[in-house]
Design a protein around this ligand. Structure first.
Ligand code: M6R
Length: 609
């Protein structure tokens, strides 16, 4: 996620903005920039790729008292200086977080009106659009911004500075966080509380579709029709460290909660319910090429491998393309059978995992088309694969992958639907229905999060266990693997993920009253089968924790604990059962007082073989 800051007051604006941006560094970024009005009211923009210290090194002495700043985490266009914010049109400078979904059509129309674009970003569209309306009706910057936002589809938190309005900043938000910090003869704008805590703990939270005019001695909030809004002031009781985690005790819990938003971001601009299709602007594979794929080879490690395994079920089930999944570390030494009609999909949140990168290089040497699914724009894999899809989950700080995993799953669903349409394997009606169900997933995830006390209770009950089993069938088998991986990674309990039908071929020997078994059992075509597997372990005295649909009235008879997920299309259930296993691992580790965000022996990005 990018960071936004804004300042107006009596202090040195350059130092305030730089200090504030540094407090957002923990979120990750690839470039940074400032727009300021100098002593003569002239607008000056400074931006650079890389770290804030690099930006500082190019800043001259400047007697500025007003300005905006940004740290960018690329979603559209490479992480370089040109694409860094602020973006400028005429006298107007803009910093923006979020995604403008219809930026391509807006860009075309602005270009036909003579606006010249210099970057690859969606944000530059906003700068030109605001300027266009301002030029038509000069005098009120807020009105121009309101008109521009009326044309925009997508999410935004933005802040605007104009030479013509040296005594005010305007900011607005929709689906992307924005707060105001209140001071004495000074006010602040920020995307996150840590940015302003050094200066004030008095804040106003901006709501969706609200806009604000920030002056040195006042803030006026109004809706997008210009009607004033009364806003309450809040006092933040946190210190800086707590603020970086938005008040959550750990980044992992914060990131689990952020999944409602990250799913939304992953879907943004990609769904076409009416046409019954999915679009990926970034994908360079046409219908004919998709039809000619004979085999898919998915390569990934760790959590990303589990996402890949779900991909195998989905690709084979919905597109009919034979699909294999391999660990990066195994694939490259396994004499893989690859032909030019094999599509190699590499899944890696960091885009830097050495084993996955080496496997992609191997595949490229066979002449295969490669497609990387990654969370990090500009990462090594994004430069090496022939196609890239970004998961847009935002920076993930906890070593345990959570929101990046769920966004990988969402991308896989979309990709499979896109391929199924291209190969005439799904009709528009079925796709339309599935896409509308997908849109409901963030709401379902919120419901699971609201009910997390139950999961916490269950975690405490079994926290002293030495071994755990996670079982699932079909599309929930990868989630059983993921549940076991999460648990062992952060709580140090030995855990195994198994295809439920495999227990009887060996592991059943380990089942006893001391071993909790998590059975992932939403209702679908394998429901009866997993009920039988539950009975198998129950008769060996195991405690069974079932993850089941909220309307399942039957399963409670056979198990010790039921953790529910809202009802959705069976095929989408992994998106919900994942959240339960993540929370179970989190609360178990919490109970055992483990180092949750930085588990022993592990790193966020594994760049060695
Ligand atoms: O960045 P990648 O997705 O390629 O990372 C792969 C694994 O190292 C990673 O998923 C690891 O298993 C996570 N820490 C699991 O939470």
């Amino acid at each position: 996620m990018c960071g936004i800051v804004g300042y107006i007051g009596e202090r040195d604006a350059v130092s305030v903005l730089i200090e504030s941006l540094k407090k957002l560094e923990y979120r990750g970024y690839d470039s940074a920039g400032l727009a300021l009005l100098d002593g003569k009211g002239k607008s000056c923009v400074f931006k650079t790729e890389g770290e804030i210290s690099r930006l500082e090194s190019i800043l001259p002495e400047l007697p500025a008292r007003i300005g905006i700043g940004h740290t960018r985490w690329a979603t559209h266009g490479k992480p370089n200086t040109i694409n860094a914010h602020p973006h400028v049109s005429g006298s107007i400078s803009v910093v923006h977080n979020g995604i403008i979904e219809n930026y391509l059509e807006l860009k075309e129309s602005l270009e036909s009106e003579g606006f010249v674009f210099v970057s690859d970003t969606d944000t530059e569209v906003l700068a030109h659009l605001i300027n266009k309306y301002y030029l038509k009706n000069p005098g009120d910057l807020a009105i121009a911004i309101r008109s521009a936002l009326g044309e925009v589809r997508g999410s935004y938190a933005l802040s605007v500075l104009s030479e013509e309005h040296p005594h005010e900043l305007i900011a607005a938000r929709k689906d992307s966080p924005l707060i105001l910090g209140l001071g004495e003869h000074e006010n602040f704008i920020a995307s996150d509380i840590p940015a302003i805590l050094k200066y004030t703990n008095r804040v106003i939270y901006m709501e969706n579709l609200e806009m604000v005019r920030v002056k040195r001695d006042s803030v006026q909030v109004f809706d997008l029709d210009g009607n004033p809004r009364f806003k309450e002031e809040h006092i933040i009781p946190w210190n800086l460290e707590a603020a970086e985690k938005a008040g959550y005790p750990h980044f992992m819990l914060k990131e689990i909660h952020e999944q409602t938003n990250s799913i939304h971001e992953t879907l943004a601009g990609r769904l076409q319910e009416l046409e019954g299709d999915v679009i990926f602007d970034e994908l360079d594979l046409d219908k004919e090429q998709i039809q000619n794929i004979h085999r898919i080879e998915i390569i990934a490690c760790g959590t990303s491998f589990n996402a890949g395994l779900l991909g195998k079920y989905l690709f084979e089930g919905l597109t009919g393309i034979h699909t294999d999944v391999d660990n990066g570390s195994e694939f490259r030494y396994s004499n893989p059978v690859l032909t030019p009609s094999t599509l190699v999909i590499a899944i890696t949140q960091s885009g830097e995992t050495a084993d996955t990168l080496a496997a992609v290089r191997e595949a490229t040497s066979y002449g295969c088309t490669t497609l990387a699914i990654t969370n990090v724009v500009g990462s090594t894999i994004s430069r090496e694969a022939s196609n890239i899809i970004y998961t847009r989950a935002g920076p993930e700080i906890g070593v345990a992958a959570t929101k990046s995993f769920i966004s990988q799953l969402v991308v896989l669903y979309l990709l499979v639907i896109h391929f199924a349409r291209a190969r005439s394997m799904m009709d528009a009606d079925r796709v339309g229905k599935l896409l509308s169900e997908l849109r409901k997933i963030p709401g379902h995830v919120s419901r699971i999060l609201e009910d997390k006390e139950n999961i916490q209770k269950c975690a405490s009950r079994f926290a002293e266990s030495k071994d755990y089993f996670f079982i699932g069938r079909n599309i929930n088998y990868p989630i059983a693997l993921e549940g076991a991986l999460k648990l062992k990674e952060i709580s140090y309990i030995h855990a195994e993920g198994y295809a439920a039908g495999e227990l009887k071929h060996g592991p059943l020997a380990l089942i006893s009253e001391d071993v909790p078994v998590v059975a992932i059992a939403p209702q679908g075509h394998t429901y009866d089968k997993i009920l039988s597997n539950i009975k198998e372990v129950k008769s060996r005295d195991a405690s069974v924790i079932a993850i089941a649909d909220s309307d399942d009235g039957e399963i409670a008879k056979y198990v010790d604990v039921v953790l529910t997920v809202p009802k959705t299309d069976f095929i989408l259930t992994p998106l919900l059962t994942t959240v339960v296993v993540q929370l179970l691992a989190y609360y178990t580790a919490l109970e055992r007082d483990c180092s949750i965000d930085k588990p022993r022996n592990l790193a966020k990005s594994v760049t060695v073989e």
